[in-house]
Ligand binder design. Structure first.
Ligand code: NAD
Length: 290
């Protein structure tokens, strides 16, 4: 069997077009376009690429993006002050702080300071909590992107035995919550899991988010399973690869996502969707006030 390769780039591109159409309509009706503030500290090359991709997606959709490129030496207090200012600015709809942050900055405190209504990454404990209680508002971009990608591929999730590998706050954990919300029976595996191969071997759907190249062996995959690879790993030769042994897994799975060109573009597209949604939610909230 040879798996259907899920084209995340194409699905994301369609989503960006839909968002653009929505924003064009707003602007034609005299409303303003959404505005995303992107904060980047230092000059990490991978972060610079991610930020550039997000800026390009803003350009494609008509979202105004405002870059705050700060030196790596920026103090936590200075970053706090900027976030407070953006929280208070009515024309800023989304605030994104690109990770990783320099070691002297406490990322947890920074993310907690962002107004949850402008938390377009969906990382704030309030937004993760909303997802946990089945009332999602701004959803973590990568897990939400995975769900949208599976839905666009016509995959019915209800009742599937899903295994998520990785339980980080930003990726694996909200991924498990998304799949639970979608009606899957979810198992979360992590670095202390005793027998990863057995869990993988009985899964209908595997979502890999460990950041370990080759961790998921192709022969572990149950024939016909769906495989989503979130991992992004740079090999010594500079190539990018996922967590799953793609060559063998793609001979056993029914559907599989490639790396690159799978989940990555969906993450950027759902960020755009969240930015538009953040504006709409704040407009609704302000029109409901008397
Ligand atoms: P992380 O390091 O914070 O978390 C890794 C998780 O993997 C942990 O929960 C850990 O317990 C688990 N893990 C590690 N080794 C394991 C093992 N041997 N067996 C089972 N579980 C193991 O990383 P993260 O921020 O969650 O990111 C995970 C991966 O996803 C990275 O490669 C990252 O680059 C990638 N990522 C991709 C996108 C995208 O858009 N495609 C977005 C975010 C992150």
């Amino acid at each position: 069997m040879s798996a259907h390769i899920i084209d995340g780039k194409q699905i994301a591109s369609q989503l960006l077009e839909d968002i653009k159409a929505n924003i064009d309509q707003r602007v034609q009706a005299g409303k303003r376009a959404p505005c995303l503030a992107v904060i980047l500290l230092g000059d990490d090359p991978a972060s610079a690429i991610y930020v550039r991709n997000k800026r390009l997606a803003c350009e494609k959709t008509g979202i105004v993006s405002i870059a705050h490129n700060l030196p790596a030496s920026t103090s936590q207090e200075e970053l706090f002050a900027l976030i407070r200012q953006l929280n208070a600015d009515d024309t800023t709809d989304g605030i994104l702080v690109q990770s990783p942050l320099p070691h002297h900055i406490d990322e947890t405190e920074i993310l907690a300071l962002i107004d949850p209504a402008k938390d377009v990454d969906g990382f704030h404990p309030y937004n993760i909590g909303r997802l946990a209680v089945r009332q999602p508002l701004l959803r973590s971009c990568t897990p939400y992107g995975v769900i949208k990608m599976l839905q666009a591929s016509g995959i019915a999730l209800k009742g599937l035995d899903a295994v998520v590998v990785g339980v980080s706050n930003h990726v694996g954990r909200p991924m498990g919550l998304e799949l639970l919300l979608a009606g899957c029976t979810v198992t979360s595996c992590h670095r202390h899991t005793k027998d990863l191969a057995t869990h993988i071997g009985r899964a209908d759907l595997i979502v890999a988010a460990a950041g370990k190249a080759g961790l998921i062996k192709g022969e572990w995959i149950k024939p016909g399973a769906i495989v989503v690879d979130i991992g992004i790993n740079r090999l010594p030769d500079g190539k990018i690869t996922g967590d799953v042994d793609f060559a063998v897994a793609s001979q056993r799975a029914s559907h599989i996502t490639p790396v690159p060109g799978g989940v990555g573009p969906m993450t950027v597209a759902t960020l755009m969707e969240n930015t538009l949604k953040a504006l709409e939610l704040r407009e609704q909230a302000s029109s409901a006030r008397v």
